[in-house]
Design a protein around this ligand. Structure first.
Ligand code: UD1
Length: 360
């Protein structure tokens, strides 16, 4: 069989890495297509090196643009690749624009589509990723989920049982595989922090960072927190751009106990947050990674597509209300944060089950 795997943006790379490795141990041909949605050293290249992902066979080099233009470009450039390679399957991961655009192209050409990380639902259609999830799942032939919640959502939407299979979480494959490798980096020291006594912040959702009032309020909350707990803020390009545009970058830079950093490489970031006291984030994947590592996570969103991290993990789904954030912060500071429980099939072997599911 010939399979094309798709990656486009940063959160895809840690999911494809173990899948590419698992395929390389078989006789089947696995081609990797990078759409180029994320394109620079910090958002893309460093991940390929550190996660040992093979060089993409093809890079569509679409770059940044509006959603419609970006997806249209991906579709235009991916269609001829499908004609040339004639894959039996196109495998997509996650919920970014590249995921939905490539699924559409493949399915219209009669190529089977496998969606890894299917069935997650935030039920918030203002979130571009939620639209990408709905579209991709609606047209995929094989829906591989990370948790039971994914199965339940898909079955409730009327997907036939035989198309849905829980395989576990390939991002956790990467996390468990890379944990030792990240171990000898001393990231806290790079930011003049002591292990266990600092927090890590990441923020990039358009709903948080594209709105000046909300961003100002969130930064004000960080300002209060940093007076008690020093913070490292690995700032996403979108967030830096918006903070600058709203005149908030100077304010952020003026906070004495916040260290600002460029986006960090996978291993650097892992080394950093695995030694932190807590993480404040609006990311999807980090909710899962912190849960697995048993590190308290305050999620600055009103909803999540990953409720397993709230019910069985260390995630507090808090939103952007300052009082609520500070309340949970106090709980964590007093050492009363909840601990992780059972996370079924997050065992480092999801990629093998993904390969098996496709062969079946
Ligand atoms: C995308 C994904 C989001 C994911 C996030 C992780 C969609 C709809 N969104 O959002 O799900 O959580 O990636 O980062 O697919 N930029 C760079 N260098 C790059 C790429 C982007 O500087 O390599 C800058 C550009 O100025 C761009 C901005 O970052 O305008 C935003 O990038 P974009 O890919 O449009 O969306 P993200 O917000 O990163």
């Amino acid at each position: 069989m010939r399979i094309i795997g798709i990656v486009g943006a940063r959160p895809n790379f840690m999911k494809i890495a173990p899948i590419a490795r698992a395929f390389s141990a078989t006789e089947h041909e696995f081609c990797l297509v990078h759409t180029g949605q994320h394109y620079d050293e910090k958002m893309s290249d460093s991940f390929f090196r550190e996660l040992e992902i093979p060089e993409p066979d093809i890079n569509l080099e679409v770059g940044s643009a509006s959603h419609a233009v970006q997806m249209a470009e991906i579709m235009k450039r991916f269609e001829p690749v499908c004609h040339e390679f004639k894959p039996d399957w196109v495998l997509v991961v996650g919920d970014v624009n590249s995921t939905a655009a490539c699924s559409l192209v493949a399915t219209k050409l009669g190529i089977k589509v496998c969606h890894v990380e299917a069935g997650l639902r935030s039920r918030d259609r203002a979130m571009p990723e939620e639209i990408n999830r709905l579209v991709t799942d609606a047209i995929s032939d094989l829906l591989l989920t990370t948790c039971e919640e994914g199965d339940r959502n898909l079955l409730a939407e009327g997907h036939p049982r035989e198309r849905v299979k829980m395989v576990g979480n390939p991002m956790i494959d990467t996390l468990s595989y890379m944990l030792n490798k990240a171990g000898d980096r001393n990231l806290p020291a790079r930011f003049y922090m002591d292990p266990g006594s600092f927090g890590v912040v990441t923020l990039h959702r358009p709903s948080n960072v594209d709105n000046p009032e909300l961003l100002k309020n969130l930064l004000g909350t960080m300002d209060i927190i940093q007076q008690q707990l020093p913070l490292v803020f690995a700032i996403h390009p979108r967030t830096r751009k918006m903070a600058e545009q709203f005149g908030l970058l100077r304010y952020l830079e003026s906070m004495p106990n916040i260290k600002l950093s460029e986006p960090l490489s996978y291993l650097d970031f892992l080394n950093l947050y695995s030694q932190s006291k807590l993480v404040l984030t609006d990311s999807g994947g980090i909710q899962e990674e912190t849960s697995w590592l048993d590190i308290p996570c305050i999620t600055l969103r009103e909803n999540t597509e990953r409720y397993i991290t709230v019910d069985h993990g260390t995630n507090y789904l808090i939103g952007t209300n300052r009082e609520r954030i500070l309340q949970v912060f106090e709980t964590v500071m007093k050492g009363r944060a909840k601990r992780r429980g059972e996370l079924p099939m997050w065992d480092g072997h999801a990629a093998e089950r993904i390969v098996e599911a496709i062969f079946e």
